[in-house]
Design a protein around this ligand. Sequence first.
Ligand code: NAD
Length: 424
Amino acid sequence: MAKKVAETCSEGSTLRATLNLIGESVELLRLSPAVYECLKVPMRFVEVSIPVEMDDGKMKVFTGYRSQHNNVLGPFKGGIRFHPDSNPDEVKALSMWMTLKCSLVGVPFGGGKGAVVCDSRKLSLKEKERVSRGYVRAMGEILGPETDIPAPDLYTDAQVMAWMADEYTHIKQKPSFGVVTGKPLPVGGCVGREEATSRGCVIALQQALAVLDIPLEGARVVIQGAGNVGGYSALLLEEEGCKVIAISDSRGGIYNPAGLDAQAVMAHKKKTGSLECFPGAEPVTNRELLQLECEVLLPAALENQLTADNAGQVRARVVVEGANGPTTPEADRIFHERNILMVPDILANSGGVTVSYFEWVQNNYGFRWDAATVNQRLNDKIVEAFRAVYQFNREHCPNAGMRTAAYAYAIQRLAEAMHYRGWL
Ligand code: NAD
């Protein structure tokens, strides 16, 4: 069943792999094929043109996408990325993962995702603002605090969310900050949201290391990506007593087997814009970095970084997927065969959407929680989700990996909701 639809998207694509996994879960759970039919395509996919006046006065037209995958559990929810390689299949797959992620971690949202095809590093701040506002003008009709709520993703941040909330407020002629999450604190943001995805990764990692009886203190961690997820993960892991031995960005990485000073590394990156020339560390390529000996590998950059070509050389005990889709299905199989514990993206990086949900709740109630409340509730959600997936894996699919278990556990919950809503 999965094969039939998967054939319509390109060989080796992330979307195809996702559809295969959904199909396998439906079969594993012996669910009605209608569940697969409901999940195989987004409920709505919108492509728009966004005309933007550039700083030189010329007009440039950008392409924007929004995929609203499934809202059986609640309003669509998911980030918007600014990336030159974004394409419809990628955005659709990312929106499917959001549906699964929200179900898995137990937040009442459906899955959505958006993108603007652009290289945000080549945009001035003003141009970036105009692209952000243009996206909301083009998509305004389908967004809303009760219908579809975007958040930051690759190369978008709290500032982008603030522009988007402001533009939406102008369109609606009333303050509607709950239309996006991941906002700065003065415009309805939630304390702890910026580092929430990383905090969730750290909590999931603590659970994984406990299962393997590996002490957190002194565990060597290698991180690919030094943006929101990778950067905050480095800082939080250092606080927990781990040794961050390597980290990279798009230009390459740095390595010190004795451990890097994560605070100093991130300060250097902020000041110089790159990791290059960080004192007391040797340069490594992104390829070399993924093969360094460590307890934990935390990919936190792009999709398809761990593949059949390099999975055999990975020397980690645990892979925690901070990024969405960093591991191809072939690499996943290799890790399973090699007994490397995989904490899959829909579990590992679900801290972001969890605290986005907390932000949305606070916006709806006009009430602020303190950091201790946010972090405790986040901890409870991730621990509960990790334990549920781990147990599901042992009980229902012991010969498969954690990803299969996470998908099946999430799809079971979605199927129950579909059943009660009369969709099946
Ligand atoms: P970001 O833009 O803040 O950071 C991305 C980082 O990856 C940057 O340091 C960039 O230099 C680096 N990078 C880009 N290309 C690279 C390459 N080829 N090799 C190594 N590093 C490279 O983005 P982010 O928000 O940290 O998102 C990273 C990943 O995490 C994405 O897959 C995103 O979908 C996922 N994610 C993010 C959130 C969130 O809350 N921000 C939540 C869940 C999942």
